[in-house]
Design a protein around this ligand. Structure first.
Ligand SMILES: [Zn+2]
Length: 221
């Protein structure tokens, strides 16, 4: 079976188990190199949102500015692939981005009276569908009198560029006792549903293959 046949017939993906975070599907009759390409794309080739740039307006915490920006970058962000473009493919063609490729999130701890931890639920997003996947992710600890105030910009990116854009925590292939049959298991970071990752992964591998074929054809022509 060719990968193109496979992508045209997604019903050949048999779901073995599935919950909100993790999904296993059976890959039947798909050559190992395609199965492996799909596994890798599920891990770091499907675009998800992450905070990319941070303007620090105030930071009197003990965490240096770069440390604070790094922590913010690692927070998994809920992703809507239908509504947003990757900046390189967005029609705005602008460095600063537009509302179709960039989302602003702001955080202002206010004045701190007792030692406390600033959590991800204090990040306010201008777009309701693009926000941290959980409310209780720790960002920074503040002592009395300390404050952080930041403006963050999140965008779609891929884990192949930086691990903060990884779409899955885990993507593994396991052999079964049948020949030419493997199980692909994908555990999402929470930004996308596991089935969204697998479907986007199938599309991505298909697109890369056809790009490659076109390239070969051009060389041969
Ligand atoms: Zn744009």
């Amino acid at each position: 079976m060719d990968f193109e046949d496979f992508t045209q017939d997604l019903s050949s993906l048999e779901v073995i188990s599935k919950d909100d975070k993790k999904m296993s599907v059976k890959l039947k009759g798909i050559p190992l190199q395609y199965a492996n390409a799909l596994r890798r794309v599920c891990l770091n080739g499907v675009p998800v949102f992450a905070i990319d740039t941070v303007d620090i307006l105030e930071n009197s915490s003990v965490l240096p500015d770069e440390g604070l920006a790094h922590r913010l970058g690692l927070i998994p962000i809920k992703t809507d692939l239908k509504r947003f473009n990757e900046p390189s493919k967005c029609e705005c063609k602008s460095e600063t981005g537009c509302s179709n490729c960039k989302v602003m999130l702001v955080l202002d701890s206010g004045d701190t009276e007792a030692t406390r931890t600033v959590l991800s639920d204090e990040l306010t997003s201008e777009d309701d569908s693009i926000k941290p996947i959980a409310d209780n992710i720790p960002i920074v600890q503040l002592a009395p009198g300390q404050r952080v105030k930041v403006e963050c910009y999140a965008r779609l990116g891929r884990g192949s560029e930086h691990a903060k854009w990884n779409s899955a925590n885990i993507a593994i292939l396991t052999e079964t006792d049948k020949e030419d049959e493997r199980i692909l298991t994908v555990e999402s970071t929470g930004s996308l549903k596991p089935e969204q990752i697998i479907l986007a992964g199938v599309e991505e591998v298909g697109a890369r293959l056809s790009e490659f074929k076109d390239m070969i054809n051009e060389i041969e022509a």
